[in-house]
Design a protein around this ligand. Sequence first.
Ligand SMILES: [Zn+2]
Length: 250
Amino acid sequence: MTEPIRLSEHVYALPIEADLMLGRGVLNLALILDAQAGATLIDTGTPGQLPAIEAALGELGLKITDIRRVVVTHHDLDHIGSLEAVVAASGAEVLTSEAEVPYVQDGVRAQKMPPADRVDELMAQFPPEVREMVKNMPAVHVPVTRTLRDNEVLDIAGGVRVVFTPGHTVGHLSLYVQQEGVLITGDAMSSEGGRLGGPSGQATPDMPQAMKSVQKLAQLPAQKVLTYHGGVVDQDAALQLARVAGEGNI
Ligand SMILES: [Zn+2]
């Protein structure tokens, strides 16, 4: 397994290997530790990843029961696949934006998934096993215990700002750990080998809105950025944010 990466005093990346739609990859969950507020996990990987999450926490001397809350950036299955298992094992609160609640709590089929009876027609380029998986995509019913507002500051690690970043999904949110200059983007942005990029074109239905969200993130004086697919960006983070936001204007 991959070791947790410390980004700042309170923030860690938890890289976890997963089988994704287009092959095996690494997902970068985030963990914010706070002596008073307890541990906050951001996103939960694909279904069946509770053991991998427990192993990552174990590397830091933590147990799953130390997780007090889970912040869900958005409802794509590689982010909420193990949410139910994490909550069952930890009793953690679940926080997300109002617009994501139907998909996380009420079993509404994921925004970007075609109806089951049109999968073969609309996803013809995918292998049969992927189409089967999409047809049988599980409905998620995890109660959201708190809905977050845009710009709200959570009393964790000296203040964690909620930044709504719609486009990749309707209610996608990012988090900014203010005192440490750490930006956790979920899928609002991507990265590869330390180079920051915009949201995945293939997986982002509203790209104009998503680029507006990137421009919003570029206003933050971030020193480090963590993207879910791609991991840590720690060189010239603010400059890279400005570059990607500028590319959206062309
Ligand atoms: Zn996503």
